[in-house]
Every structure is written in C-alpha cells, then in structure tokens.
Design a binder for this molecule. Structure first.
Ligand SMILES: Cc1cc2nc3c(=O)[nH]c(=O)nc-3n(C[C@H](O)[C@H](O)[C@H](O)COP(=O)(O)OP(=O)(O)OC[C@H]3O[C@@H](n4cnc5c(N)ncnc54)[C@H](O)[C@@H]3O)c2cc1C
Length: 842
C-alpha cells in the first residue's frame, strides 16, 4: 500500500512540476526527495533503489552543470542539427525573420496572458479621421455606383479619380510632414471597409497605393531626397504608383523572379553615372496601366563588382518614372468584373541611375527584406477590411431582403434553410469585424504582425467569400441578373481577387501560417535555428544549449498542461475577473487548446523535422488551429470592448462555437493523419482524454442569430457599422432598408385585414387582376383599418415590389450602335405589371 502511495505521489508530483514548467533544480530536488523517501521507508528492492539512484546521479550532474551539459549533450545534438538542417536561402531567412510576434506568440505559448489582450486599447478614430470618414469617404461613395464603374466607364469615372487624388485618399498612410493624411492603420481600415460596401473598383484603387508599394517602401527605406521628392507628390495624387513584383514564371514563388538588373555605368541626364541595366516582364500589376511611377522588383547582379564584392546581389526595389525611355506600361487585364486598372509591364535593358534604387546603393539586394517587412502591416489591413466591407454589404442587404421577400406567403428569412445561411453570415461577420479591428490595433501599436496579418488575410477573405456565397443563395435570381439593381453580383465576382493576391489563400494556409508561425511564435525554435547557423562555435554552443533545454521543458510542460486541462475540462484555469461570465469558459477552453497546439506542434516538428514543410495538409491544419485561436480571441475582445452587449451575445456565442468546433476538427485531422500511428494514439489520449468538448452551434442559437439580421436593431447597426447606404431613391440597398421598415410597420395592419377576412368581416374575393389597394380600400370602408394604415400597407407593398425587380436590357446588350451612356440608360428596371406585383398575400 505504501509503495502504491509513493508511486502515485511521484506521478502527481511529476505532472505538477511539468505543469508548472519547473526549473532543473526544482526537478533535481524533487527527485532526490522521492528517492530519499524510497530509501528511508525501504519501499523498493535495494537493487532497484540503487539503480535509480545511480541513474539519477548520472543525469542530474550533467543536466545541472551547464558546461558539462553542453559538452556531453547539446554540442553533440547541435552537430547533428548542423548536418541535417537544410541550408536556408537568404530570401527564406528574410521571410521568416520579417515582422514582429505579438498575441500570436501568446497563443503559441500554451499559456496566453488574457490580461495582456484585454488591456489592448480599443482602436478609435481621431476627430479628423472620423470627419474624413463621414464627409470625404461618404461623398466618394455617393459619387459612384459599382454598376457605372464596371459597365459604363470600365474604370473609375474621371471626376472620381480626381476626387480621390484631391482629397488625399492615395496618401492616407503618408506622414503629414510630407503632405499626407498621416492616418492610423485603424482609420485606413475603416475607410477601406466603407468603400468596399459601395464599389470594389474604388476600394482596390485606393487600397493599392496605401498598401505595399512605393509610398510604404519610401517611408521606411527611402533616402531623404527620395522621400522629399516623391512622398508629397504621392500624397497629392500627382503621381499614381504601382508596384511590380509578379512575373509570368514567378507568382506565389515571388522570390524566384527572373527579372534582372546588371550594375554598370551609363548615361543619365547627360552625365556618366553608376546604375543598373534592367530587364523585366511583369503581369497582374494593379494601377499599372495608369501609373506614372513604377515600383519595380528585380534581382541585381554585379559581375564587374562595381558596387561591392558580390556577383548575385539579390532582390532590389527601384522607382522608375513611367515616362522613362524603355518602360512599357498601359495595356490592361480584365480582373473579373472589377475593372480596376491592372495590367502588364515590361522593359529590356533599361538603364536607371543608382539613385532610383529605393534607399540608394546601400539598399541594393535588400529588396526582399523590405517587401517582407512592409507586407505584414498592409496585408493585415487592406484585404481583411475590404472582405469585411463586402460581408457588411451582404449582411445588411440580404438580411433585409430575406425579410421583405415572401414565398409561400412567408418571408423567406423565416424558412429554416435560409435561416441557416443567414446565421453563418451574421456569425462570420461578427468574428471578421472583430479580427479586422484587433489586427489594425496591432499595427497601430507599432507591430508588424507577420503571422497575424497572414491569418487575417486568409481567414477574412475566405469568410468574406462564404458570406457573399450564402447571400447569393438567399437572394436567388436577384443576385444573378446584373444591372443597377443588383447589390451583390459584383462582390461575388470580385472576391476571388482578394483570395488570390498578397499570398494566394491555399499557399498562405498550407505554407505560411504554420510554417512561419511555428518558427516565429515558438519561444525557442528560432533561437535553435539561429544557433545552428551561428559561425562562432562558442556562441552557438551556449545559445543552442539554452534554447534546447528551454524547449524540452516547454514541451514537457505543455504535454502535462494539455492532459490536466483535458481531464479537468480546464475548469480551474484562471480567467481575468472582468470578463463577462458567459464568456469565462471560452477563455479556459482557449487556454486548453493553446496548450494542445503547442504540444502537437512540438511533437510534429520533433518527429517530422523539415518534412513537415512538405506535409502541407498537416501544417495547414496546425495553422488552422492557431488561426481559430486568434479569431476567437478577437471575438472575445470585441465583446468586451463593446461593453458586453447582451443583445449581441448570440453572434459572439455562434462565432466561438463554430470556430472552436472547427479547431477541434483540425486537431482531429492532425491526429488522424499523423504518420506515426502509435504517437498519434498517445497524442489523442493526451489532447482529448475524455472526448471532444465542442459540437456544432445549436439550431436554437442559429435561430437567435438569424433573427437579429431580419429586423432593424442596435445589434444589427453594430454588425454593419461603418457601411455606406446611399441617399439616392433608386439605390438597391437603400431601397431594401426602406422596404424593411415599411414592411414591419405594415404587418400589424395586414394582420388586422387577415383576421377580418378569417372572421368573415371582410370579403377577400377580388376580381382577377385586382391588387392590394382594392382590398385595402374595402378594409378602410369597413372600418377595419384607418386611411394612414391603409397607406402604410400599399407603400410597403410598393417598396417590396421595387426591391425584387431586376434590370433588363436590349437583346444585343447595346452592341448595335449604342454608346456606353445609352447602354446604362437602357438598364432601367422593368415596369412590372402592378396587379401581379400587388397580388394579395393574404
Ligand atoms: C487582380 C490581381 C492584382 C494583382 N496585383 C499585383 C500587383 O499590384 N503587383 C504584383 O506584383 N502582383 C500582383 N498580383 C499578383 C498576385 O500577387 C499573384 O497572382 C499571386 O501571388 C499568385 O500568383 P499566381 O497567380 O501566378 O498563382 P500561382 O503562383 O500559379 O499559384 C496557383 C495556385 O497554387 C497555389 N500554390 C502555389 N504554391 C503553393 C505551395 N507551395 N503550396 C500550396 N499551394 C501553392 C496558390 O495558392 C494558388 O492557389 C495581382 C494578381 C491579381 C490577380
């Protein structure tokens, strides 16, 4: 019995020490004490006690004496690592090291510090930024419709281009000292979101100069002269920039661009200067066809060593005026129906002076690092905001549409099938907007969140696509027939652009999120890798030893934490007292999942090593878990930031349950497909010792979410906050909003009419072709409804009839002799036959 107690105590003691990530000394003291008890109470046979004691001494001495440990253990492991680790190219290293680690580091630690997240200040706008959103951005949205852009002008109309330039939209991120607006990342995000609720073409045209491109690169790396010359011109729209990286043979694998520049002497403005002879062939370049300033990425070579001692200098970024001889720009691609300016550019042996390299000669070959560092901030803002904007448009308009469109005498939004899609739309949007705001807040804190920006780009564009797809299914033919009254078709067609650019989503999911996350967010892996490549042997030995043994303790701690939290359901995990009681369990479960992710990642990296990079399905799932943890954190943060709005709770609950369930599926995917089946079985017991805690969000919860989108409320306002609604009478979204209010107002009156018909107080038999107006007249005459009530019913029906209309055009779609302006006029809505439209629903 005593021996059993001792074994149990040793087991619990070991788990407790591991859980607490105890130091080596603490382990040594604890094991010595346990052996002391065993000897003292003669619990073990002498031979066994002796063997254990010898083993303890043999391990404890080298493990606790660091110099000995290095000599006997870490140096040998380091030597093996040096042999087996594949060499890392400079571009690979720069990509991995770019940017900063923020909340993603906590999520990867197995022990997120929730107080740290909750302490992040909720992003807000300055008065000036708010004014810009309310006045200039509002006015820009009023100036244009997506239909006019895409089908009439096939470009932004000239007056809109001018407005964008004059009001500083192209220089939102440029500092005030250079004439820009000097806006925060959050303000930029708000503007992008609002523009995207109106027109994809405007959003993209404004997005590009404010994202990764000449402005951003100059601000960080430009010489003083370059900044003083170009930044004020870019801020005022006197230059239209583009940035050309993609080559026909190098898309996702952009670091392999074959475009090149040879360092040489040449003539520039009558002087002999050092420069580069550049040859390039680029495609897909946004704003390229109208650009006046070409930002160009190419690989620089210096065969004559005129600028240094390297032959292959590396990727380099330069700014070339579009008017420079040899620069070819101007032709266009047609990026789906979005019609923003996008096209190829090429040039052969074009001489440029060294001064045109961004940052000048010292920045030759530093282009990839520049791009990777600047990508982090822009990628976290522009595309997530535009996807969120499109989702807001879809939710607002489709929610209203589903309430006013009736089939089978019922608003379609009340059918369970439609409700399911509406639920996904609402829940996804709540989460998307939360992640958008949190990511912008990180950028405004000065972070360059490499992994988080990849997560935001990937998941918000992906969910944006799901929201718009759901919306398309709900509105049916109305979403398919193009024309001025279609509020959704353009977003549906344009979303794949966001999926593809700035790291296509499959690549980002399969390679970047976990590939970069595991190295950057892990507290020890990057240090281990750096030590492996360290030339100074003594330093390498010290650094590697510290990282390796830290890593081992970290892995053991997460294994113990995963098991203990799995068995206890994580109920005892401490949570900041200030959080809403209804969210406490989520914080606890997220901590549990964070620990399980850290544990699984260590085992996967340890067992698969470099092969994990090729096992994309596994690393994508591990990346999904990290992503869902981030998205859930953002959702909980939003709930707190917005004052724990109980009315919004269904949205928050649905978003968390959905994401946690999906995280659980991702865990399951890793465990089911892990190559070593024995290890997989052990991991499964540790991660889910009592089964899986999450199921799909309930239908009841889904019903509560869908309801929120069918009627105006403060919750619906918060959900679609920051979106644009036109004041124009015939704007399809504005029309839906009016129809929704009118329908809700008329329903009690219609109920009175229906009751009267049922009780035979009103004769509902009308002659063929008669409409609701005649029935209303009868009801009025019978004293069942008042005149204003009758008017409310007719007005509501009238608005609903306008909402469901679609556009029609001449048979040849205007090809025979019609000018674009006629073509647009031809797209007027059909005058539906009133008697049919107004048919009595009762
Ligand atoms: C409308 C538009 C605007 C653009 N604007 C610009 C611009 O202004 N400047 C600029 O330089 N470029 C621009 N691009 C280029 C854009 O960045 C590339 O399209 C993108 O990098 C993908 O390259 P690709 O289209 O050649 O696809 P590919 O590289 O051929 O990829 C095809 C598919 O393979 C997947 N894939 C590739 N490698 C892997 C991998 N290792 N693992 C898993 N999946 C993988 C990708 O995810 C993708 O799904 C633009 C593109 C478009 C369409």
């Amino acid at each position: 019995m005593l021996i059993l107690t001792w074994i149990v105590a040793v087991l619990f003691g070991a788990i407790a020490l591991a859980y607490a990530n105890a130091t080596g000394i603490a382990w040594t003291v604890a094991v010595a004490a346990a052996l002391g008890v065993a000897w003292g109470a003669q619990l073990l046979p002498t031979w066994l006690a002796l063997a254990l004691t010898v083993l303890f001494v043999l391990l404890a001495i080298p493990l606790n004496v660091v110099t000995l440990r290095r000599k006997l253990m870490s140096d040998a492991i380091l030597a093996v690592f040096r042999k087996i680790l594949p060499p890392m190219s400079q571009t690979e290293r720069e990509a991995i090291e770019a940017g900063t680690v923020w909340w993603d580091g906590d999520l990867f630690s197995g022990k997120p510090d929730w107080k740290k997240l909750l302490a992040v200040r909720r992003p807000t706008l300055s008065d000036e930024e708010q004014r810009f959103l309310d006045v200039e951005t509002q006015e820009l949205c009023e100036l244009i419709t997506d239909w006019e852009t895409t089908h009439v002008h096939r470009d932004l109309p000239p007056h809109v281009w001018q407005y964008i330039k004059d009001k500083g939209f192209l220089g939102m991120g440029i500092a005030k000292e250079y004439g820009g607006l000097g806006f925060s990342g959050y303000a930029h995000s708000q503007v992008m979101t609002k523009l995207s609720t109106r027109s994809g073409a405007i959003a993209v045209s404004v997005m590009v100069p404010n994202s990764l491109g000449p402005g951003e690169l100059l601000a960080h790396y430009g010489t003083d002269l370059q900044k003083r010359h170009y930044l004020p011109r870019l801020a005022k729209g006197l230059e239209i920039p583009c940035f050309a990286l993609t080559n026909p043979t190098a898309g996702s694998d952009a670091a392999s661009i074959p475009d090149y520049g040879i360092v040489c002497w040449g003539e520039h403005e009558g002087k002999r200067v050092l420069g580069l002879k550049v040859t390039w062939d680029k495609r897909y370049i946004t704003l390229g066809p109208v650009a006046t300033l070409l930002g160009l990425a190419f690989r620089a070579f210096d065969p004559d060593h005129l600028a240094g001692d390297k032959d292959d200098v590396g990727i380099t970024c330069a700014l070339i005026p579009a008017s420079h001889p040899g620069v070819d720009l101007g032709r266009r691609h047609i990026p789906l129906s979005a019609v923003f300016q996008n096209g190829p550019t090429w040039g052969k042996d074009v001489f440029i002076p060294m001064d045109w390299v961004i940052g000048g000669q010292p920045m030759l070959g530093r282009g990839w690092r520049m791009l990777m560092e600047c990508l982090a901030a822009g990628r976290g803002i522009s595309l997530p905001s535009s996807a969120t904007g499109m989702a807001k448009l879809a939710v607002r308009a489709t929610g209203g549409y589903a309430r006013v469109r009736t089939q089978f005498k019922t608003p379609i939004g009340k059918f369970e099938g439609i409700e399911e899609a509406l639920t996904r739309m609402g829940g996804n949007l709540y989460l998307m907007d939360a992640a958008r705001a949190l990511t912008a807040a990180a950028v405004d804190l000065g972070e360059k969140p490499a992994v988080i920006s990849a997560i935001a780009k990937l998941h918000l564009t992906e969910r944006g696509r799901q929201v718009v797809n759901d919306a398309m299914d709900i509105v049916g033919g109305k979403g398919i027939c193009m024309g001025q009254s279609n509020f959704l078709g353009a977003a549906y067609m344009q979303l794949p652009v966001a999926i593809t650019v700035e790291g296509a989503n499959i690549l980002t999911r399969s390679l970047i999120v976990f590939g970069q996350g595991a190295i950057r967010c892990h507290p020890y892996v990057l240090n281990e890798m750096k030590a492996t490549r360290e030339a100074d042997r003594a330093k390498a030995s010290i650094d590697f030893d510290a990282a390796l043994f830290g890593h081992i303790r970290f892995a053991i701690a997460n294994m113990a934490r995963t098991l203990v939290m799995g068995i206890t359901g994580s109920h005892f995990v401490s949570v900041p007292a200030s959080v809403a009681p209804e969210t406490r369990r989520y914080y606890q479960q997220l901590t549990r999942f964070s620990s399980a992710l850290a544990f699984l990642s260590d085992i996967s990296m340890g067992m698969l090593g470099g092969a994990l990079k090729r096992k994309e399905k596994l690393s994508a799932r591990l990346g999904d878990i990290l992503s869902f943890l981030y998205l859930c954190s953002a959702t909980l943060k939003r709930y707190e930031d917005e004052g724990q709005q109980k009315a919004d709770a269904p949205l928050m609950h649905w978003a968390i349950w959905d994401a946690m369930f999906k995280a659980q599926i991702a865990f399951e995917g890793v465990l089911s497909n892990f190559p070593n089946r024995f290890v997989a079985a052990v991991m499964r017991r540790l991660v889910f010792p009592l089964g899986r805690p999450y199921v799909v969000p309930s239908d009841k919860l889904g019903h509560d979410v869908a309801k929120l989108m069918l009627e105006p409320s403060a919750t619906r306002d918060r959900l679609v906050a920051g979106s644009f609604v036109s004041a124009a009478d015939d704007d399809p979204v504005a029309l839906i909003e009016r129809a929704l209010i009118a329908t809700l107002a008329s329903e009690p009156v219609e109920a009175k009419i229906r009751a009267a018909i049922k009780e035979a107080r009103l004769d509902a038999k009308l002659p063929p072709g008669a409409g609701i107006d005649q029935l209303v007249a009868r009801a009025q005459a019978a004293g069942i409804v008042s005149a204003p009530e009758g008017q409310a019913v007719i007005a509501a029906r009238d608005l609903c009839a306008r909402v469901i209309r679609v556009d029609d055009f001449p048979q040849d779609l205007g090809t025979s002799g019609m000018r674009p302006s006629d073509y647009s006029k031809a797209g007027i809505v059909t005058q539906a036959v009133p008697s049919i439209v107004h048919k009595v629903a009762a």
